[in-house]
Design a protein around this ligand. Structure first.
Ligand code: AMP
Ligand code: GLY
Length: 426
């Protein structure tokens, strides 16, 4: 069996790592991949959004199954294009991927199907948006409608910041067309968690809970990033909250998408704010989270291939998922300067020593090979993932791995998993 993974991040490396362990022994390909993926897969130099080239490759190589990591190819319709050529592919179709590609689409779905979320209004006119800001006051959240590489949601503590957000998105058009319209919404407080599920459009098969760490610095300080670390399970998601998320968020979203005529298949990811035991939905993503996938995949005991196939074939009700009881903690190691400007091409040392730490697995993100050596090639570079008998041991293992790795300018947070620890120790 030949499987192609589309993408080049830690998420895609973790998924390939999992597929490589399947008893079905698939032959693995990655497009474009990275230095870590190159150890277990054949990397093809086709970009994740070069859909026509990817289709051509899959046809010529007789790829049996394609798995898409990032959101952009999904919103561009990679799944529709593959299916039109009779190729099997795991991911949301273009219409369904709008649940992530348009915040307005997602908010209207939530309103229509009673999914708990922040109160909001939609604007395509900057003046009216500004009038609304004056009426509502701060804190308030301004979001570009379209995809903005995770930077389109601006949480504003003052009205001045909110007006600046309108300028940035609607007038300076920093995110291009993605800022033609904005959502302005109530600012929620609480603790964030991520909830991912497989779905074939009817059955919703939840994964274990997880939590991301978005800001660049310890104690959630500094600008937001793609995610600086994650762990699973997230103690903030108690059994009761887990049930509530399934009943009030995930199942209504999947039913709603089907009722709207865009059945949703693939991984549905809800970003949630939890306060006083009640979850509210911040956003939906149409894919695995990065870095949430890394600890989730590290804990997944079941073979992944039958799950992907059951989603594609609309028989997910036949599948169950087993999880290892050990928690997993993933620490992201990033280039100095990220999420702003950073240099590439720094030689990375200590990878083999870190991989030798018991309970540790290293997923590559922005890495590449230069003269046979692994060098940095992106903002988020490595995802050191530790499993342990409990959260403290998983944290200790992950950081023992992290401490063995070095490159010039390396940056990572020192407090990944702390929120889980605080909750467990009260
Ligand atoms: P989004 O892309 O919509 O998930 O937003 C990115 C981040 O902005 C979230 O992970 C939250 O940290 C924050 N955020 C988004 N919406 C809100 C909100 N209504 N209230 C408070 N924080 C929010
Ligand atoms: N970790 C956040 C995301 O994948 O969108």
């Amino acid at each position: 069996m030949k499987i192609l993974a589309v993408g080049q991040g830690g998420r895609e490396h973790s998924l390939l790592w999992k597929l490589a362990q399947s008893p079905r022994k698939p032959l693995l390909y990655a497009a474009p991949g990275n230095a870590g993926m190159a150890q277990i897969a054949t990397c093809i130099s086709i970009g994740a959004t070069d859909i026509a080239d990817l289709v051509e490759f899959a046809v010529n190589e007789k790829i049996d199954l394609t798995l898409v990591g990032p959101e952009v190819p999904l919103t561009l319709g990679i799944v529709d294009e593959f299916e039109a050529r009779g190729l099997r592919i795991f991911g949301a179709r273009r219409d369904a991927a709008r649940i992530e590609g348009s915040k307005i689409f997602a908010k209207n779905l939530m309103r229509k199907y009673g999914i708990p979320t922040a109160e909001y209004e939609i604007f395509d006119d900057a003046r009216q948006a500004r009038d609304y800001l004056e009426k509502m006051g701060a804190p308030i959240v301004v979001k570009a409608d379209g995809l903005a590489a995770g930077k389109g949601a601006i949480v504003c503590q003052t009205l001045e910041e909110a007006h600046q957000a309108i300028s940035t998105i609607m007038e300076e058009r920093v995110f291009g067309d993605a800022g033609d319209r904005v959502v302005i919404e109530e600012c929620l407080t609480g603790e964030e968690a991520s909830f991912l599920a497989f779905t074939d459009g009817k059955t919703v098969l939840p994964m274990a809970s997880s939590q991301d760490h978005k800001p660049i610095f310890d104690n959630d300080q500094g600008p937001n990033t793609g995610g600086m670390g994650a762990y699973s399970p997230a103690p903030v998601v108690t059994e009761a909250i887990d049930r509530e998320i399934m009943e009030r968020v995930m199942i209504p979203a999947v039913r709603g998408m089907a009722a709207e005529g865009h059945p949703y298949k693939g991984v549905l990811y809800a970003g949630l704010m939890i306060k006083d035991g009640k979850p509210k939905t911040l956003e939906f993503n149409g894919r695995f989270g990065d870095p949430e996938a890394q600890p989730l995949v590290a804990r997944m005991a079941s073979d992944l291939i039958p799950v992907l196939e059951a989603v594609i074939d609309d028989r997910l009700h036949e599948v169950t998922l087993e999880w290892r009881p050990e928690p997993a903690v993933c620490v992201v190691m990033a280039s100095g300067g990220y999420p702003g400007n950073y240099e590439k091409g720094k030689a990375i040392s200590g990878l083999d020593e870190a991989a030798g730490v018991p309970g540790v697995v290293i997923f590559h993100a922005g890495t590449t090979l230069r003269n046979g050596k692994v060098v940095t090639d992106g903002g988020r570079v490595l995802n050191v993932t530790g499993l342990g008998k409990d959260i403290p041991e998983a944290i200790a293992n992950a950081y023992e791995g992290v401490k063995k790795i070095y490159w010039e300018g390396v940056h990572y947070r020192n407090d990944i998993g702390k929120k889980a620890l605080d909750r467990l120790t009260g």
